[in-house]
Design a protein around this ligand. Structure first.
Ligand code: FAD
Length: 342
């Protein structure tokens, strides 16, 4: 089929960091992109602490100049307390040029990335979730929507934990850890001890994370092995502050999809691989997988390399990162004495 007979070169499903990065990366390479996001308006979700390493990636996406507008706090490192012993781990950097982590409010951060995509000509469709995929033989060639079809040369699934395409294609995503549920909540008020840097407190039963997201607002996440929601309470240092909304839980069992690209499709971000938040770089991985998918899609559509080779190299790249992460996380939990990881 001729390029002009498609509605778009790429259609991205999901407008979180992975979907926006994929859309921007494709648009920066001159491709015509449609992005479908299920939510009508901005919605907040966890994933607010960004390692300083995210900054050059965000510069590549063209949003570095606007980060101050979505950053609620910055920190030079993290307090870590393991089995009762507390120390400060700085990110490093030279004198006068210290690396600083970022606390972003996700609704604003996601909106910034979507805004950048729109600036590059991406057609952003909100309140829009596909019903099915369009197929041409073994290939996927677009989306079936409630109000008609969208044909495209490539479909990108960036739907996070919804794993929209993975479920349709029945792609296996086997667990690589015991079942892990992270509970999280927000409180408002003042907690001066948490204003300079986040704190991770960990022991054999799990861990608790507390961080200032923006002035007067703090986030906590708790992962306690085997504990149910009813046993989870906010951490002591935030217990006197006023809760904002209800506590929520998310399944963060380590998983990577057995196939993350194929004829006419790519899967990026959490839809491709998930780790528990102790890995601390879910957003970074979402951004980087989106950018890389954009590069590979352009190479594939312009015939620079055989699609199967590009697909295999994408799988190798993500699998290597994922396997390294689970080795490190497993060591972290074993050192704490967590019997679940013995
Ligand atoms: C409690 C908790 C704390 C975390 N803390 C951190 C942290 O501090 N730092 C960090 O880097 N990471 C953190 N993470 C991980 C981080 O949240 C994720 O890795 C990151 O959000 C993944 O981005 P994504 O774009 O792949 O998916 P998401 O951010 O989940 O975006 C998916 C998008 O797809 C849309 N969507 C879903 N289904 C459909 C559909 N059918 N059609 C159209 N659109 C659809 C959704 O509305 C959403 O906008 C945390 C995770 C949890 C659970």
């Amino acid at each position: 089929m001729d390029r002009r007979s498609f509605d778009a070169d790429i259609v991205v499903v999901g407008g979180g960091p992975a979907g926006s990065a994929a859309a921007i990366s494709c648009a920066q390479r001159g491709l015509k992109v449609i992005l479908c996001e299920r939510e009508k308006g901005d919605r907040d979700r966890p994933g607010e602490t960004l390692h300083p390493g995210a900054e050059p990636i965000l510069a590549q996406l063209g949003v570095a100049g606007h980060l101050a507008g979505v950053t609620g706090a910055r920190h030079e490192g993290i307090w870590i307390e393991k089995s009762g012993k507390r120390h400060f781990e700085a990110f490093g950097g030279g004198a006068g040029d210290r690396w600083m982590g970022l606390q972003v409010w996700r609704a604003d951060f996601d909106a910034l990335l979507l805004g950048r995509a729109a600036e590059l000509g991406v057609d952003i469709r909100r309140g829009c979730a596909p019903r099915d995929v369009l197929r041409a033989g073994p290939s996927i060639c677009g989306l079936r929507m409630a109000d008609g079809d969208i044909s495209a040369r490539m479909v990108v699934d960036a739907t996070g934990s919804a794993r929209w395409l993975g479920r349709i294609l029945e792609i296996d995503m086997p667990p690589r850890s015991p079942r892990l549920i992270a509970f999280y909540g927000y409180v408002e008020g003042a907690c001066p001890e948490r204003d300079l840097a986040p704190l991770l407190v960990a022991d054999a039963a799990g861990w608790t994370w507390t961080a200032r997201v923006k002035p007067g607002l703090y986030q906590w996440t708790r992962m306690r092995f085997g504990e149910t929601a009813s046993a989870i309470v906010p951490p002591e240092e935030l217990s006197r502050l006023a809760p904002v909304g209800r506590m929520k839980g998310a399944d963060v069992t380590w998983r990577m999809a057995s196939q993350i690209s194929g004829p006419g499709w790519f899967i990026v971000g959490d839809a491709a691989a998930v780790l528990d938040p102790a890995s601390s770089h879910g957003v970074l991985k979402a951004l980087m997988s989106g950018i890389l998918a954009g590069q590979l899609i352009e190479a594939s559509l312009s015939g620079k390399a055989p699609p199967a080779e590009l697909s295999a190299s994408y799988h190798r790249w993500l699998a290597r990162w994922f396997e390294t992460d689970i080795l490190q996380l497993g060591r972290f939990y074993r050192e704490l004495g967590a019997t679940e990881f013995a």
